[in-house]
Design a protein around this ligand. Structure first.
Ligand code: PHE
Ligand code: NA
Length: 445
């Protein structure tokens, strides 16, 4: 059977942007910006996105389109009888770990869709809802199950294209809602301190950990370093350009994150929340903003519904990486693979959610279980995967072949000799330095 293909270039951009834009832009971006001190982090993040994220995103798509394979198969195809396939395997592991906690947070978002219907009230203690001090063990587990069931259902029945068509309408609406939130946030009394936090860098607070988390966030938000884009690129037609599509994906993803920052930080400061309060930040702040605006019920309902949809289009790309691997390499059927692997991910998602209630005394380097999963996958596995992919593309597959694949057909962004220097040397060296330095500060200070 011929491999499925995206029906148009726009279809591919939407799918890849659907994978990229998700909880990473709103939930993870705001919480890491908050804990890492604000604007200086944002600056490092932006530099990383353009110097490392964009070239690597392009490289992953090219690897996928060239080989028409899942991440493990792609490395095997270009470097048979070598251990390089392990990079693909590491990506499969990262997808597995990320989805385990991603689905928990997506479950919070689903729950908020219904909470919003009852109206968010100004006096509510939002921290008591789910995040931070979970009073009941069951609701977050049930919402996690609902979200995994949706993800499994979509991957098993292959309705990915329908979902992608829907995101064509839903993503612009999410964008508009964020703009409404920006206006509301900026006009709250005391919003200025939040704008300053987000825009005025204080370089004195920067440590190796700041750099590591900025690199981790860039990879997480672009779905990079684990083969999600190798997989999506493998369904891309030869006559479609790569470099411009990648540019769109990076631009959209970054735009949503920055706008989300303007929606959240002014409100954090105006309403007196602690920006460093951790994984619950967006889930505490945004309901309070909805409570403080006219028609907040409708807006709140729509916002969390769209956030859940954005999370779903990212989650299907995470599950797809693991499923594509067992389907291609182990000969399972799609349904079998989606159900079995999705079921296991539901189970591996239980410790992070229990870490917020029953097991809240379990910590690792000061992180709870969810943060530990997140740190290990996003700040270690993804940068390591990206670093090795860069070395592989430039020195094993060879720059000339990578550039040729990226440039055919030529887009407005044309790749050239700079690729060798950037992807072959600057990216692997700088990511390696940041990882070693970041882990050192994390472990020993
Ligand atoms: N990029 C997604 C987000 O920002 C998360 C993701 C990471 C998806 C890795 C796929 C692979 O929410
Ligand atoms: Na993202």
């Amino acid at each position: 059977m011929a491999r499925e293909q995206w029906t148009s270039n726009l279809g591919f951009i939407l799918a890849a942007a659907g994978s990229a834009v998700g909880l990473g832009n709103i939930w993870r971006f705001s919480y890491v910006v908050g804990t890492e001190g604000g604007a200086a982090f944002v600056l490092i993040y932006l530099v990383t996105i353009f110097l490392i994220g964009y070239p690597l995103l392009t490289t992953e798509i090219a690897l996928g389109r060239k080989t028409q394979k899942n991440p493990v198969g792609a490395f095997k195809a270009l470097a048979p009888n070598s251990p390089w396939w392990l990079v693909g395997a590491m990506g499969v592991l990262a997808g597995f770990v990320i989805l385990s906690f991603y689905s928990i947070v997506a479950g919070w978002s689903l729950a908020y869709v219904f909470k919003a219907l009852g109206g968010f009230n100004a006096g509510d203690d939002f921290t008591g809802m789910f995040v931070g001090h979970i009073t009941s063990v069951w609701p977050p587990i049930i919402w996690h199950a609902v979200f995994m069931a949706l993800t499994i259902g979509i991957i098993a029945s292959g309705v990915v294209n329908g979902i992608q068509r829907a995101t064509k309408i839903l993503m612009p609406v999410l964008f508009l809602l964020l703009i409404v939130l920006v206006v509301r946030g900026l006009t709250l009394e005391g919003a200025g301190a939040g704008v300053a936090f987000f825009l005025t860098p204080n370089l004195g607070d920067v440590t190796g950990e700041t750099f590591l988390r900025a690199v981790g966030q860039s990879f997480f938000t672009l779905s990079l370093g684990m083969g999600a884009l190798i997989t999506y690129g493998s369904y891309l037609k030869r006559e479609d350009n790569i470099s411009d599509s990648a540019g769109w994906v990076v631009g959209l993803d970054t735009g949503v994150a920055i706008i989300a920052g303007f929606a959240i930080f002014p409100a954090v400061f105006a309403l007196g929340f602690d920006p460093a309060s951790g994984a619950g930040l967006a889930f505490m702040t945004l309901p309070a903003v909805f409570a403080a605006m006219p028609a907040g019920t409708i807006f709140g309902f729509m916002f969390f519904l769209l956030l859940s949809v954005a999370a779903l289009t990212s989650a299907i790309s995470l599950l797809e990486v693991v499923v594509a691997w067992v389907v291609d390499e182990k000969g399972w059927t799609r349904k079998q693979a989606a159900l079995t692997i999705g079921g296991i991910i539901f189970l591996t998602g239980l410790p992070p959610t229990l870490g917020m209630s029953l097991w809240s005394n379990v910590t690792f380097l000061g992180m709870d279980i969810l943060d530990t999963y997140d740190f290990f996958a996003s700040d270690i596995l993804l940068p390591l995967g990206g670093l090795l992919t860069a070395i592989f593309a430039a020195h094993v597959w060879k720059t000339k072949n990578a550039v040729e694949e990226i440039n055919s057909p030529k887009g407005t962004i044309v790749f050239g000799n700079w690729y060798t220097i950037l992807v072959g040397y600057i990216i692997p060296i700088s990511v390696a330095v940041v990882m070693v330095w970041g882990l050192y500060t994390k472990l020993f200070s």
